[in-house]
Design a protein around this ligand. Structure first.
Ligand code: UT7
Length: 339
């Protein structure tokens, strides 16, 4: 049996209305617009409204992706959400999104690979669709990082933003020339303490297992992003450099063949290092970090959406997506744009 090809046929992105500038952050923590701009490239980020949930951001992005594909929710036969900030511990945010979109019956589930969620999700969906499991899949990266950030920690709170990006994937005739080409994924859990948010209802260390866990409402909402920034930075540059080389080698393409790089938007300096490794000019790199900050797993689909909307994507272009995340978990996807 020859394998189906898999194509992105719809793209959507949504950012909550409220914009938080670096100037506002100067009023909240000991920082400056100059420091944030020079060290990260971030100027502003969007923040979810009090009455919005992660699923609401996902729904808006999904509606745009479905409209772009020219189909409705009834045409979808699986829905995956990648998120670090689910509406609930359970059920999966994907089921909330399904209900809000009026979808029925088809499977809906979340995956968690933090900022690499979308890259992981795309690889997983590609495999399932190539094997013939689904014809049309809605894949959404949706995050409300502002809800788990420690707003008193200048080392992390300046970095993150909220938003959602979505794609509709469609299986087509076997075609090695177009659509998703393949992915490379990695994780190394020995680094997990360098970037994490503890669970509000789990003991924070093994030594605490014998203690009584506090299930009161007061204990909720205390989980916050903790990061050893410069150590994460160092490993991120290193691993992203090797994963982009690995994916190119695996699928036998040269760095000069890549038309567009769509990187995770954590820090402009990390993105520049990866572009340098690929010998790519920055005008061939999708950049949203200045306006969105780090939106975790929403960042890659939001950057793709931004690039798509700018009219710079053309049929036949070779596109490289990559991300690095807590865990650490990192990866890259290669695709030939076929829309
Ligand atoms: O998305 C998942 C992956 N995440 C990432 O990839 C993030 C990776 N890390 C980074 O992007 C960078 O490490 C940061 C932007 C977080 C920090 O930049 P850095 O160049 O690595 O700075 P640093 O942590 O080494 O800190 C340098 C100095 C320190 O002061 P001293 O010790 O030199 O006096 C910090 O206390 O900058 C200070 N600092 C700040 N100053 C003003 C840290 N945060 C701030 C701040 N404003 N917001």
């Amino acid at each position: 049996m020859s394998m189906a090809s898999v194509h992105i046929v719809g793209v959507g992105g949504y950012l909550p209305e409220r914009v938080m500038t670096n100037a506002e952050l100067e009023q909240m923590v000991d920082t400056t617009d100059q420091w944030i701009t020079e060290r990260t490239g971030i100027k502003e980020r969007h923040i979810i409204a009090e009455d919005q949930m992660t699923s609401d951001l996902a729904v808006e992005a999904a509606k745009l992706a479905l409209a772009d594909a020219g189909i409705g929710i009834d045409d979808i036969d699986a829905l995956m959400v990648t998120t670090t900030t689910p509406d609930l511990i359970f059920p999966a945010t994907a089921t909330v999104v399904q209900a809000k979109l009026g979808g029925k019956d088809f499977p809906a589930w979340d995956i968690q690979a933090v900022c690499s969620g979308f890259v992981y999700g795309l690889a997983q969906v590609e495999g399932m669709m190539r094997a013939g499991m689904y014809k049309r899949v809605l894949l959404i990266g949706a995050e409300a990082m502002s809800r788990i950030v420690d707003w008193t920690d200048r080392g992390t709170c300046i970095l993150f933003g909220d938003g959602a990006g979505a794609v509709v994937l469609e299986a087509g005739e076997p075609d090695v020339e177009n659509g998703l080409i393949g992915s490379v994924l990695h994780a190394d859990g020995s680094y997990r303490d360098l970037l994490k948010a503890e669970h509000p209802h789990q003991p924070s260390s093994p030594e605490m297992h014998h203690q009584t866990v506090d299930f009161s409402l007061d204990s909720a909402g205390t989980a916050a992003v903790e990061m050893k920034g410069n150590e994460v930075f160092r490993v991120a540059v290193n691993k992203l450099g090797s994963v982009v080389t690995e994916v190119l080698d695996k699928y036998e393409v040269n760095d000069s063949d890549i038309d567009m790089l769509v990187p995770h938007q954590a820090n402009i300096r990390i993105i520049q290092a990866t572009a340098r490794k690929l010998k790519m000019d920055m005008d061939r790199v999708a950049l949203t970090v200045e306006k969105h900050g780090n939106t975790s797993s929403a960042s890659v689909p939001l950057a793709l959406h931004d690039l798509y909307q700018s009219g710079r994507l053309e049929k036949g272009q070779l596109i490289l997506l990559e991300a690095f995340a807590g865990g650490f978990a990192w990866g890259a996807n290669l695709l030939r744009w076929s829309k």
